[in-house]
Design a protein around this ligand. Sequence first.
Ligand SMILES: [Zn+2]
Length: 457
Amino acid sequence: MKVYNSLTKAKEDFEPLNGNKVNMYSCGVTVYDKCHIGHARSLYIFDVIRRHLKNSGFDVTFVRNITDVDDKIIAKANQSGKTFEDVVEENIVLYENDLAMLKIDKADIEPRATHNIEGMKVHVQALIDKGFAYEAGGDVYFKVRKFEDYGKLSGQSIEKMLEGVRIEADSKKQDPLDFALWKRSKPGEPFWPSPWGEGRPGWHIECSVMSMKELGCDTLDIHAGGRDLVFPHHENEIAQSEALTGKPFAKYWIHNGLLKIDGQKMAKSLGNFITVEDALQKYDVDDVKMFFLSSHYSSEIDFSDKNIEESHKKIQKIKIFLSEAKTKIGQVPAGTIDAVVEDYRNRFIATMDDDFNTPKALGVIFEMITEVNKSSYEQMYVDAARVIVELCRNTFGLSLNDDQAQGLTHEEQILIDERIKARAQKDYKRSDEIRDKLKDLGIVVEDGKDGQTWRRA
Ligand SMILES: [Zn+2]
């Protein structure tokens, strides 16, 4: 298996540190608002990666945190007149609903930052003791220039980073690059007692402490997250972890690309902010997942009606193939898997082994559908259907449910199936008749090089 490592900027052989045990951490959500469709991509794509690792025989422990103390949560509480705790609890419920609607598995461990404050204080104190951090007026800052490897993940020079740093007039920092490990709390803000006074942890320290604690190691096998987190969040996670342990914080860093909306950056101010809830009211969850799978996880993607429509067609194609196969089950004896199908299955796995290349893996599935559709060999048809269901469900987490199979009535389903047969038998007169009947029922069928797809008019 090969994985593109953002740290080394190279595709590397995937060799976890302890045999087949994989310790994997992904930065989770900050619970101050509803999740948006960009979160859904990140949550889903790491679910797929975790599934593929598990299916490949790795013993994966996956930790995804919940950031439940942060400036944004405090700001939200102040704006809305709600308590800090209410904002957190409400948004955790919404987040869990989103995961359930997306049919994304929970992580093995989902630690909350506020349940790990003690560990964060211990980590911060140890950094002070080692000379990597200092207290200033109730805040504690990390001394960026003391950590020689700073910038190794984002590949930025100190000068470049300085340009991007806001110089605060009233800053207590010794250097503008330094970042907060601990923040003194203002009146009305949540706080915990500490050796530096009442305060709360900075965002970055949360992930270092929770990942190492829950996974029980100093070096994670995989640290995952969105590309927007590389700098400063992940850079800071590396600095504060490695300064303490003297060991690499993570062997492989995997970052997903960002999601745009109709070619634009998603932002509340642009009015193009799409929550998971909104998206799933409009589109079927399998169609949304198919859209995510259709691009490599590291590339930027554009969420648009047109692109989801394309994904919808791909899902339909798979469902049509499966419903056709259903009519053949029982006609063929159970036995060893057809060699041609087995070959496609192996190619699918090899493609996923190559840096989780989901668009290529989908290509293998559609190639198989095309080849099998041309064949009149029923064993191959049935085996292909079985393998497609296995790969789509186990690796991609698609449901491919018959009932949502498009909400076809029984009569419509029969006509669709009949037309597939008519075309297979080159009975174009019959197939045209059925197409007209379907049209009267409000269903448009289209014939592509890979067979028939349909949609509601
Ligand atoms: Zn993080």
